[in-house]
Design a protein around this ligand. Structure first.
Ligand code: B12
Ligand code: SF4
Length: 471
């Protein structure tokens, strides 16, 4: 059998725009790499994964050929993974070339985009042969029908056991991750995972095997423990930390969770075991907006817990990065309320990332958003792109929301904070602080989500989280 070429789609437009620094961010599409690992190791299928990242469609075909694959002669079929609606335009061009120039079969998947709107995708991607909804593990195994394919479990029941990084072209540039669980079901109104079933955390022995593999493949690395909502099951965490501490190699790790979920008493143990960054979905510090998002039923208590977490993380030299969302019904007053809370806690917060509400085709709550005051700027946008950049309220339209998203982090983070937070798990491996400063000099400061300040005196790559910020 010839080679299967798996491609993670790139973006012609990204949600956060592009600049010389963002071009060094490499989001690993671990969903696609996990599928490739199964096909290779259970199905004995020859497969290579290419991440398009910021490449144009023509460039990615060039990269594939440069890797030594003759697409005409060697390629059995393409698997195309669509990580987000922002990739659709790129995918349209990709499918056209893959079919018209190379005449290959194209199988498309990526549940956040494909699910529930197959007809729409089919209409957009006219040259695609097969579109697969949902988790791909079992459906692709059935398609290739290798011996024993029936034993591959459905992705709603099991995480990946491991990721074979060597199947990914140029894998040395990517920072590794380990999938811990899937799904969430916590009900936040804006989230695609609000009603999904959460799988319990993966057994620790499997994680340790994956770490042993990372030692072999990468040597020196940090890890994202991936889960839409990392749950700190106490016994599981205690066992994980104990197992990490008994290993010879140390590494830094991060994960995404909620303010109320982190067991504060366990932070010293987790710090010793390498926890360096907590990505926390704070979303807002406006009490009304927290209620509107269904983030909490008790915003006062929620914000107290957030403060308690910040203080405990500071004591343990763990950085907190908050994710914030400008939501339907947002006004200048609610933005000010959030900004004031953040500024009051500025010395405890390493960085924030602010997004503005986008309505995606497969969300179900447009009427709720409209009832909170949001409006649709361009009725045609959804059928063209699959998403809508909403006006959040009569006061804050989509453009103003984008402006606030860039401005708000400037109150909190400096260029060093931004680098430190992205250096673990996001920037391509080997992207040094001095390379970053050179790229920074080519950026428009007004478009950067941080202020440019004098660097701390001990100008190493990872600053001490206990220090006060210099600005
Ligand atoms: C972890 C995560 C990330 C991680 C990792 C991304 C990744 N590729 O997995 C990071 C931080 C990098 C990330 C970044 C972004 N993300 Co994100 N992310 C998530 C999150 C929390 C979980 C994703 C997940 O479950 N992965 C686990 C794997 C196993 O699932 P999977 O990737 O879907 O893969 C399975 C199937 O889709 C399918 N499949 C995938 N590819 C293929 C290919 C074929 C051929 C087949 C048959 C099947 C198939 O099989 C896979 C295995 O079962 C979700 C949901 C949430 N709660 O917020 C948002 C989410 C997916 N992200 C979202 C967005 C918008 C983004 C960004 C565009 C944000 C930005 N920065 O601008 C970027 C785009 C990144 C990129 N280029 O890939 C949106 C997508 C919205 C949409 N419908 O377009 C979501 C839904 C969040 C939301 N708004 O609700 N994200
Ligand atoms: S806690 Fe996070 S993953 Fe879960 S529903 Fe809310 S935003 Fe989504």
């Amino acid at each position: 059998m010839k080679k299967v070429i798996a491609v993670s789609a790139g973006h012609l437009k990204t949600k956060k725009g592009s600049n010389p620094i963002r071009n060094h961010i490499r989001y690993l599409n671990y969903g696609l790499l996990g599928l490739a690992t199964i096909l290779r190791h259970h199905g004995n299928i020859d497969i290579t994964v290419f991440q398009a990242d910021n490449c144009t469609v023509n460039d990615i075909f060039g990269v594939i050929e440069q890797s030594g694959i003759n697409i005409h002669n060697d390629c059995e079929c393409f698997l195309l993974s669509i990580p987000s609606y922002y990739s659709i335009t790129w995918c349209i061009q990709f499918c056209k070339i893959a079919k018209q120039e190379y005449g290959k079969t194209i199988i498309v998947g990526g549940r956040w985009v494909v699910d529930n709107h197959v007809e729409w995708i089919r209409d957009k991607l006219k040259y695609a042969d097969i579109i697969i909804e949902g988790f791909g593990e079992r459906k692709l195994a059935a398609y290739f029908s290798f011996p024993g394919w029936e034993l591959i479990p459905d992705g709603s029941k099991k995480c990946f056991d491991w990721l074979d990084y060597e199947l990914l072209y140029d894998y040395e540039k990517y920072q590794p991750c380990i999938e811990i669980s899937r799904g969430c079901g916590a009900g936040c109104q804006f989230c695609a995972d609000k009603n999904t079933m959460r799988l319990s955390n993966k057994p620790i022995e499997i994680i340790i095997n994956e770490l042993n593999n990372l030692d072999q493949v990468f040597g020196d690395y940090s890890v994202y423990f991936e889960a839409p909502h990392f749950i700190f099951e106490k016994q599981w965490i205690a066992q994980l930390c104990k197992s990490i501490l008994s290993r010879e190699t140390a590494f830094k790790w991060r994960c995404t969770s909620r303010v109320e979920t982190v067991p504060i008493k366990m932070l010293p143990l987790m710090k010793d075991a390498g926890l360096k960054i907590l990505d926390i979905g704070l979303e807002s510090a406006s009490k009304q907006q927290l209620l509107n998002m269904h983030k909490t039923g008790n915003p006062e208590h929620y914000l107290e817990k957030a403060e308690e977490l910040l203080i405990a993380c500071r004591q343990n030299n763990i950085w907190v990065k908050f994710n914030l969302l400008l939501y339907a019904g947002e006004t200048h007053a609610t933005v000010d309320e959030t900004t004031l809370w953040l500024v009051n806690h500025r010395d405890l917060i390493k960085d924030i990332s602010v997004g503005s509400l986008v309505y995606y085709y497969n969300m179900d709550s447009l009427s709720d958003l409209l009832s909170l005051g949001a409006t649709i700027p361009d009725e045609g946008q959804i059928t063209n792109t699959g998403y809508i950049d909403l006006n959040l309220s009569p006061e804050i339209d989509s453009e103003e929301a984008k402006r606030i998203s860039v401005m708000m982090p400037k109150f909190i983070a400096t260029q060093k904070d931004f680098y430190d937070v992205k250096a673990i798990s996001y920037f391509e491996r080997g992207y040094s602080y001095s390379d970053y400063l050179k790229d920074l000099a080519r950026c428009d400061p007004s478009e950067l989500p941080f202020t440019i300040a004098k660097d701390p005196v001990d100008n190493d790559c990872v600053t001490d989280g206990n220090k006060k910020k210099t600005r």
